[in-house]
Design a protein around this ligand. Structure first.
Ligand SMILES: NC(=O)c1ccc[n+]([C@@H]2O[C@H](COP(=O)([O-])OP(=O)(O)OC[C@H]3O[C@@H](n4cnc5c(N)ncnc54)[C@H](OP(=O)(O)O)[C@@H]3O)[C@@H](O)[C@H]2O)c1
Length: 264
């Protein structure tokens, strides 16, 4: 009898957790969805039942990520004048408004503080910090109207640590953590949570110069508590937590997905 009760409760709890972490029926817009972490995030949300709207400059990369999945691609350069407004109009025209916005587009110019020029500084800070705000802001009225929304920014180890040649990237990513808190302050009372995922080192186009040097990659792995660098699959759980009802009372937080790099 006791065994039967256990099976009963296991089934109930399995369904409760499925519903709690579900994004089925939601629409998610992912900037940087054509490669790296953004592409993984898009496929993970799609695997979990969300429709995905992918944004980036390279249409072919967006289409490659989307494949036969439910969603759409929006090829545009987010650093151009009025880009977030143009994106909003393109999305609204399709009546495809997102419940979840993920800001994953980013660049790291890796230029020393002595040498970075104004154009590189402004370009890096604009894409990494201004664009996440400008994009999310456009879709907040829709989220407010339905009293439910999720904004997930992609922060970094450099939100809290300084790395060589990371002056503009680190300044912007530090800003992303504070932007996340400020978004939470502004919008959480309307059922919209704003959080950030702060990844450690994951092999992508952005980090290719580091992973091309096995000694550097090994040093970074050794700097974590777990003893290895990130694998895409490490993002799935934290992502679904922040994108779903499971995190309804979590807002304004940056969650490090870094194998304990920042804990050491
Ligand atoms: N990989 C890591 O270890 C790591 C660690 C911490 C944080 N992050 C963050 O994770 C996010 C994703 O980076 P990633 O590592 O996955 O590198 P990635 O593959 O290079 O992704 C960056 C994405 O941003 C898009 N993008 C760049 N400039 C753009 C622009 N002007 N307009 C629109 N889209 C633009 C790129 O697409 P197009 O070139 O097609 O436009 C690309 O899909 C970034 O915010 C990065 O800072 C990464």
């Amino acid at each position: 009898m006791r065994g039967c009760e256990n099976i009963f409760w296991e089934k109930i709890l399995a369904n409760v957790s499925k519903a709690l972490f579900s994004v089925a029926g939601k629409t998610a817009l992912i900037t940087g969805g054509g490669s790296g972490l953004g592409a993984f995030i898009a496929t993970a949300l799609s695997d979990a039942g969300a429709r995905v709207l992918l944004v980036g400059r390279r249409l072919e990369r967006l289409q490659e990520t989307l494949g036969n999945r439910d969603g759409a691609c929006f090829a545009l350069d987010l650093t151009t004048d009025q880009a977030s407004v143009n994106l909003y109009h393109q999305v609204a025209t399709q009546n495809d408004m997102p419940d979840i916005v993920i800001n994953a587009a980013g660049i790291n110019p890796r230029i020393h503080a002595d040498d970075i020029d104004e154009a590189s500084w402004v370009g890096s800070v604009h894409l990494n910090l201004n664009v996440p705000f400008l994009v999310a802001q456009k879709f907040v009225p829709h989220m407010k109207a339905q009293s439910w929304g999720r904004i997930i920014n992609i922060a970094s180890l450099q939100s809290s640590r300084a790395f060589e040649n990371g002056i503009s990237y680190g300044a912007a990513k530090g800003g992303v953590s504070q932007l996340t808190r400020a978004m939470a302050e502004a919008w959480s009372k309307y059922g919209i949570t704003a959080n950030a995922l702060a990844p450690g080192f994951f092999p992508t186009e952005l980090t290719a110069p580091l992973f091309a040097q096995p000694d550097v990659a090994a040093k970074l792995a050794a700097a974590t508590a777990i003893g290895r660098n990130g694998m895409m699959e490490d993002m799935r759980g934290p992502l679904l937590f922040l994108a779903s009802d499971a995190s309804a009372y979590v807002t304004g937080q940056s969650i490090a997905v870094d194998g304990g790099f920042t804990a050491k």
